[in-house]
Design a protein around this ligand. Structure first.
Ligand SMILES: Cc1cc2nc3c(=O)[nH]c(=O)nc-3n(C[C@H](O)[C@H](O)[C@H](O)COP(=O)(O)OP(=O)(O)OC[C@H]3O[C@@H](n4cnc5c(N)ncnc54)[C@H](O)[C@@H]3O)c2cc1C
Length: 393
């Protein structure tokens, strides 16, 4: 935006977003999200994405107008993300909208953009990210899953692990070894693969807290046309670095954490302690205030990053964002008390009358958020990035 352009009316924008979300999000989805449920069918998510897409590309809030997105400024995106979470909208699969889509806009051919972007926008295709392998996580460049060139195809053999949503997605983007002769960062190629291709086996990896979002993907002579390569062959490392920085930027989830903290306060206010409520308990109130201070500081930090960048912002937001998420989940478990142990699928009706609403998801959510410092690059790796980019170590 040029200095002489008028500032958009952000409060009017906020009201417009809020009204739309309140009027259009199905009531039962809102109530489930509010209680802490994160389990939605593909059909539910797809329908909701279609509603958002129809509104002017709101399903992909980071996309420019030329690709069907809303073309929002940083400030508008920030407001949308907050309103989306505060109005209890469900988390949408972001492999396509937040990761592959912007990467294709940057590195993809015109044909690739025309072929893949519209279906991401409308929620018709969900994408999984195939980076990690059993021996290549933090040290991603050690990946070994091979893609051998055979005429106009690559032939893929090997496996990927910890692939979020592989069993609920139709496509996967990932990194594959096309040459082993140079440095390990060289000879990696970024490919897009249809998950129904012959030779692919997807095996779900159930988590102990009950979630089933992760899977392993096995490739056995899977043939992939060369026009599904993004960027240059052997140059996938650079494509992936671009994509990873997008992924880490979304990792702070400040809006969602704010909505959860509001929920903690609401539940604490209705949890009796003697004559008063848990909210009046000085020890609990102190912890609550601490979490709120941390969250506000993170929020201000993110807003500051909207104005300028030093290269390591995404890493900073990832670390603090995940730490504050965990702080808030601990408080939720504390409020829920023994009821936190109820299995999520016991449902509202089976809840004992004195259990706070949403308590049945507290333990599930708590354990879910133990994983967040690991995905998208662990927090230790994020600290290494900050040490190099900011401290020059
Ligand atoms: C819930 C969840 C979802 C995920 N989704 C996906 C997905 O969709 N697609 C995908 O490709 N991957 C996904 N991952 C994988 C994730 O990216 C890796 O787990 C992560 O990069 C860490 O790799 P690793 O598990 O192999 O651990 P390792 O790399 O073996 O690390 C083990 C420990 O050592 C530490 N460590 C390693 N190297 C260093 C170092 N140089 N300095 C300091 N400490 C170090 C790490 O921080 C960690 O604590 C997901 C993981 C989780 C938990």
């Amino acid at each position: 935006m040029r200095a002489d352009e008028p500032l958009p009316d952000l409060e009017a924008f906020r009201s417009e977003v809020r009204s739309f979300l309140r009027e259009n999000l199905p009531h039962d989805i809102r109530e489930r999200v509010k209680r802490g449920c994160n389990d939605f069918t593909t059909a539910e998510l797809r329908d909701w994405m279609a509603v958002l897409a129809h509104r002017g590309g709101w399903s992909c809030p980071n996309w420019p107008a030329e690709h069907g997105g809303p073309g929002w400024s940083h400030a508008q995106k920030y407001i949308f993300e907050r309103e989306y979470a505060l109005n209890h909208c469900p988390k949408l699969p972001n492999g396509g909208s937040a990761m592959l889509g912007p990467t294709l806009m940057h590195y993809g051919t015109r044909e690739q953009k025309n072929r893949f972007l519209p279906d991401i926008l409308t929620g018709k295709t969900f994408w999984a990210q195939g980076y990690s392998e059993p021996n290549a996580g933090s040290d991603l460049a050690s990946l070994k899953c091979r893609a051998d060139r055979d005429g106009n195809h690559y032939v893929i053999n090997g496996s990927k692990i910890w692939t979020t949503g592989a069993h609920t997605s139709q496509w996967l983007f990932g990194l594959f070894r096309t040459d082993s002769s140079g440095r390990k960062q060289q000879g990696i190629t970024f490919l897009m693969i249809k998950l129904s291709s012959p030779g692919i086996t997807v095996r779900p990896l159930p988590m102990f807290e009950g979630s089933d979002e992760l899977a392993e993907v096995f490739f056995d002579d899977v043939r992939v046309p060369v026009d599904q390569c993004v960027g240059e062959e052997h140059d996938g490392w650079n494509v992936s670095k671009y994509l990873l920085s997008l992924e880490r930027f979304g990792a702070a989830h400040i809006g969602t954490t704010t909505a959860r903290l509001d929920r903690v306060k609401e539940l604490a206010a209705t949890t009796p302690v003697g004559e008063a409520s848990l909210l009046d308990d000085p020890v609990f109130a102190n912890k609550l205030a601490q979490a709120e201070i941390e969250l506000r500081a993170l929020d201000v930090t993110e807003q500051r990053f909207l104005l300028g960048s030093s290269g390591a912002e995404a890493a900073m937001l990832k670390i603090r964002g995940t730490e504050v998420q965990q702080m808030v989940m601990e408080l939720l478990v504390e409020v829920a008390g023994v009821h936190a142990q109820l299995a999520p699928d016991t449902g509202q009706e089976d809840r004992p009358r004195h259990a706070p609403a949403g308590a049945e998801y507290a333990a599930h959510g708590y354990f879910h958020f133990r994983k967040t410092p690991i995905w998208g690059g662990s927090n230790e790796i994020m600290r290494n990035i900050i040490a190099k980019a900011v401290l020059g170590l």
